[in-house]
Design a protein around this ligand. Sequence first.
Ligand SMILES: [Zn+2]
Length: 263
Amino acid sequence: MTSSNENVFKTTSGSWHVWALSDGYLDMPASLLRDADNNPVHADAKADETLRLSVNCFALAGPGVEGILIDSGGGGWAPTLGRLEKTMIEAEIDPALITVLALTHTHQDHVHGLLTPDSRVLFPNLKSIVIPEAAVSGFHAEAQLAQFRPLLTPIRDGEHVAERLTAVALPGHAPGHTGYAFRTDENSFLFFGDVVHVPALQFANAAFSWSYDDDQPTARATRRRVFDEAVATGTWIAGAHLGWPGIGRVVRHGDAYDYRPAT
Ligand SMILES: [Zn+2]
């Protein structure tokens, strides 16, 4: 059972609900997309040519996972981001109900949504910010977010955020980059952060990497592993930069893959 508009997508699995919540989008230089030899895929792109990345956050509700948000979007970090508060209102989710924010990594488009673009605290009742252990220093580097440091709750691969919600190391993109696996009685979901930046090209060409992947060979291997496991297990994938609604299935065609957005 699903419902959606252009900013909110909600799917229900048994007693659990999963929302994709749009925070906006980022237009990034096309030259950031690299082939397996680290050459720009769009070698003849003009300097001002851009690729549009959607920026999505995800909320969970149901027994054991009430009040959990995965990534917070970019807040005032970029003018095309910071839509999350409006989107949550459209989704009828009161930000005051969010008590746990689980971060996939600490790049600005995932963490600065702790503050609204006009610098208000978006989640007044937040009790913990679950963060990959290796990403803590990255969070500390964001001086505007200093007030949230006491909430940091470091986590490692395989540890539980909540019943049914487990951290999964997905190395390559950023220090400690981590996904969150969620199991209902009927479905599994993997909130995989930045395993994919350009869905229109990286499913067909899983070797294509993003310049901001710290370790491109590792990011590439992680992407193939995630795709293969999602195909084999029928897991729903949910990504910060997956094409709207940010949740879908992976299918395999020989060496290539395809993304089927949820409907
Ligand atoms: Zn990102």
